[in-house]
Structures are given as structure tokens and as C-alpha cells.
Design a protein around this ligand. Structure first.
Ligand SMILES: Cc1cc2nc3c(=O)[nH]c(=O)nc-3n(C[C@H](O)[C@H](O)[C@H](O)COP(=O)(O)OP(=O)(O)OC[C@H]3O[C@@H](n4cnc5c(N)ncnc54)[C@H](O)[C@@H]3O)c2cc1C
Length: 175
């Protein structure tokens, strides 16, 4: 209370303050895919994780809510990239440099063209043999005991489950 005094509410009055809820009916959800590795989120980190897993011989599915890859680097033009020293980042840099889409010489902070990043992401994913599921929103997870066994995706085709032996969820906000 504004004057600092405690007050009491009945349960009914307290519940009335909460948002109204509805109870959804239970439903059966089709399993769309069963993979070794399922990566949720096609930002730069998700692309790198999916490519790394595929190069180790895993059957990999990468799920992304938008129709393109790259995450913040492409969707939000966060495209000022620090010098890349090693790993898959150097492969990205080479591909994008070949397209003439980096603003400075190697070894400096540079602006990478977002459209070139999108293209490089698709190419590196395709070359590694990663399967892509675009326009698909990861809306929930499936858990057995303490093991994450799959994800629930929502897309234009409806709701489906994607099962994976190893799940990797990768988006910057970590939510
Ligand atoms: C304001 C700001 C400025 C920044 N500036 C720079 C900079 O200049 N240089 C720099 O190097 N870094 C910068 N960063 C940091 C950089 O953006 C992050 O480190 C980087 O984007 C993290 O990459 P990521 O792949 O982990 O996540 P993200 O880039 O966030 O990618 C996450 C991906 O997951 C997808 N996704 C999210 N939720 C779902 C879901 N439910 N279902 C399916 N897909 C989903 C998204 O669409 C996205 O493609 C900045 C960050 C912020 C916030």
C-alpha cells in the first residue's frame, strides 16, 4: 500500500488481478524429423554449431524463425565485426571478402554487408550438408526426465515436433 501498511486480499480478489487464462485442449503432435543434432536459431553461432556438428558426421537440422540466416548480423544490421583470427569465422570472412562485401583490409574491425552474410551462411550450411527448416518458430521443448529430447515448432504448416539426440539452442538472448 502507498502508506506502507500491509493489506490482505481474498484468493478470489487476488486471482481477479491476474490475466485471464483459458485451458487448451490436449493434442497429438506429428513428429516432423528425427536427427542426431537439432540446432535452434540460425544466427552466426547457430550456423557455426550446425556446420561443426555436420562436419563431425552428424545428421543435423537447423531451425530458424526467419527466411534467412545470420541472426542479429543480418536481421538487425549488427554488422561491425571485430578481426577474426581462427575457426569458422575465418571461413565466413573469406567467403564474404570474395564477394567484395567487407569494408576494410584483413585484421581490422570492419563492416560486413548483411546480404553477403546471408549468402555466406546459406552456402556454408549447404556445403556442410546441414538440413534447414526456415520460417519455423521454436515454441517449446520436449523433456524426458532431465533430458531435452526435442523441440516443438510452429510454422505455416502447423505445429510439429522435431526430435534430436543432441539439442543445441542458440539465440543471443538465451531465453
Ligand atoms: C545493440 C547490440 C549491438 C551489437 N553490436 C555488435 C557489433 O557491432 N559487433 C559484434 O560483433 N557484435 C555486436 N553485438 C553482439 C552480437 O549481436 C551477438 O553477439 C550475436 O548476434 C550473437 O549471435 P547468436 O547467433 O548467438 O544470436 P543471434 O544473432 O541473436 O541469432 C539468434 C537467431 O535465433 C533465431 N531465433 C530466436 N528465437 C527463435 C525461436 N524461438 N525459434 C526459431 N529461431 C529463433 C533468431 O531469428 C536469430 O536468427 C551487438 C548486440 C547488440 C544487442
Amino acid at each position: 500500500m502507498p502508506d506502507g501498511r500491509a493489506t490482505s486480499l481474498s484468493i478470489e480478489a487476488a486471482l481477479a488481478l491476474l490475466p485471464r487464462h483459458v485451458r487448451e485442449p490436449a493434442r497429438s503432435t506429428p513428429v516432423l524429423q528425427e536427427k542426431d543434432v537439432v540446432v535452434s536459431g540460425g544466427g552466426m553461432a547457430g550456423v557455426a554449431a550446425a556446420v561443426s556438428a555436420a562436419r563431425c558426421g552428424a545428421d543435423v537440422l537447423l531451425i530458424e524463425r526467419y527466411g534467412f540466416l545470420g541472426g542479429m548480423a543480418t536481421a538487425a544490421f549488427v554488422d561491425t565485426i571485430p578481426p577474426v583470427a581462427k575457426g569458422i569465422g575465418t571461413e565466413f570472412e573469406s567467403r564474404i571478402r570474395e564477394l567484395g562485401a567487407i569494408s576494410t583490409e584483413k585484421g581490422f574491425w570492419a563492416s560486413w554487408d548483411p546480404e553477403a552474410i546471408k549468402r555466406a551462411c546459406f552456402e556454408i550450411i549447404e556445403d556442410a550438408g546441414v538440413e534447414l527448416l526456415l520460417h519455423s518458430y521454436v515454441a517449446g521443448v520436449l523433456v524426458e526426465g532431465s533430458t531435452l529430447t526435442g523441440v516443438l515448432v510452429e510454422s505455416k504448416s502447423g505445429r510439429a515436433a522435431v526430435m534430436g539426440k543432441l539439442q543445441y539452442r542458440r539465440w543471443g538472448m538465451g531465453d
